[in-house]
Design a protein around this ligand. Structure first.
Ligand SMILES: Nc1ncnc2c1ncn2[C@@H]1O[C@H](COP(=O)(O)OP(=O)(O)OP(=O)(O)O)[C@@H](O)[C@H]1O
Length: 234
């Protein structure tokens, strides 16, 4: 597989208005760690929605795992989705399930043996510092705790592609570092990662990560190494 993600001249228009995304072309090689930045309203969430197949482009070609997902038959889409972990900006936890069962959900969807589930879920609970809240329901958690559940749920199956929309927006800097370290570990095991963020401090934390910048629906250029990291390496 040459690239996990490939966009060629992708455009997205909601309704009849102006294009929200225009002429988007980039590739994410397997194992890449990429930050997507840009001002509010630039189109970051829209680009991620195209990536996790919640939205079809108005034009252009999108390939995921070397397959054209725009022309792929509908029954192929669940197979693509199972290989993708998503951390949504608004978390989207299942309100009537406990923290434990929210995190276990993707394992159960993937029919992982129930004997394996406790070990995997408890490991993730430890990583995100929520062991003591395993039996709580999402509504009783703080925003930052909900965000950590959302992250644990997204990474527990070790997806081929992890897409995260402002995954550290609700946590303190120390927890942000810890979550980034979790992403970094996953990345070293082969997961391709794309993280949309406003947080410029975050961009400096992952050595080797590249940054793509969106401005009013257009990419500034191909993925570039973060200049601060290049400078630090010299
Ligand atoms: N479902 C939709 N229907 C119509 N317009 C939309 C829809 N979703 C987003 N937009 C518009 O598309 C533009 C880009 O929005 P998007 O949420 O992708 O930006 P963003 O860069 O993620 O912003 P933020 O950093 O504030 O989350 C905005 O002008 C927004 O109003």
């Amino acid at each position: 597989m040459a690239s996990v993600v490939q966009f060629e001249n992708v455009g997205l228009r909601y309704g009849t208005g102006a294009e929200t995304l225009s002429d988007i072309s980039f590739a994410l090689p397997r194992g890449a760690f990429t930050f997507l930045t840009g001002p509010s309203g630039a189109g970051k969430t829209s680009l991620l929605r195209l990536l996790y197949l919640a939205q079809r482009p108005s034009r252009g070609i999108i390939r995921l795992f070397d397959e054209d997902i725009v022309t792929a038959p509908r029954d192929r889409l669940p197979g693509f989705r199972r290989r993708i972990g998503v951390v949504f900006q608004d978390f989207r936890l299942v309100p009537y399930l406990t923290v434990y069962d929210n995190i276990a959900l993707p394992l159960r969807v993937a029919s992982v043996s129930e004997r394996e589930v406790p070990r995997l879920v408890n490991e993730m609970l430890g990583w995100v510092g929520l062991t003591a809240r395993a039996t709580a329901r999402p509504a009783t958690l703080s925003g930052g705790e909900q965000q950590r559940v959302a992250i644990a749920r997204a990474v527990i199956t070790r997806p081929d592609l992890l897409i995260a929309d402002e995954p550290t927006g609700n946590v303190d800097p120390e927890m942000a570092q810890r979550l980034l370290a979790l992403f970094d570990t996953l990345n070293r095991m082969g997961t391709t990662i794309i993280v949309a963020t406003h947080d410029i401090h975050l961009l400096r934390t992952v050595v080797g990560a590249k940054t793509m910048r969106l401005d009013r629906g257009r990419l500034d250029g191909p993925p570039m190494p973060d200049p601060s990291i290049v400078a630090a390496a010299r």
